[in-house]
Design a protein around this ligand. Structure first.
Ligand code: FES
Length: 106
């Protein structure tokens, strides 16, 4: 599935992410700057924060409480469309998903 990562400066990178990887891993494995992922996907660092594209119509995983709480402690402000990218698994259903990366993660 193809995921588009939009950097804070507007530069878009499209990556083919393996099924069952997460949006976070797709970024890290492809050297995309803008996602730090210090905890490696454990939902404990908050440095994989993304803003899901406001026009998104793809189904996304439900937000669990741990993610919800951590999103109040990210470096950039939480918005309605904020998610932790390590908590978004990628399947064919997410093909074409666009995520925007915040200005900073730390
Ligand atoms: Fe640490 Fe997502 S990688 S919370």
């Amino acid at each position: 599935p193809k995921i588009t990562y939009v950097a804070h400066d507007g530069v878009e990178t499209v990556v083919d992410v393996a099924q069952d990887d997460t949006v976070m891993r797709g970024a890290v494995l492809n050297g995309i700057k803008g996602i730090v992922a210090q905890c490696g996907g454990g939902a404990s660092c908050g440095t994989c924060h993304v803003y899901v594209d406001p026009e998104n119509t793809k189904p996304l995983s439900q937000m669990h409480q741990v993610e919800d709480e951590l999103l109040y402690f990210t470096a950039c402000e939480r918005k309605e469309n904020s998610r932790l990218s390590c908590q978004i698994p990628v399947t064919e259903e997410q093909d074409g998903l666009i995520v925007h990366m915040p200005e900073k993660q730390l």
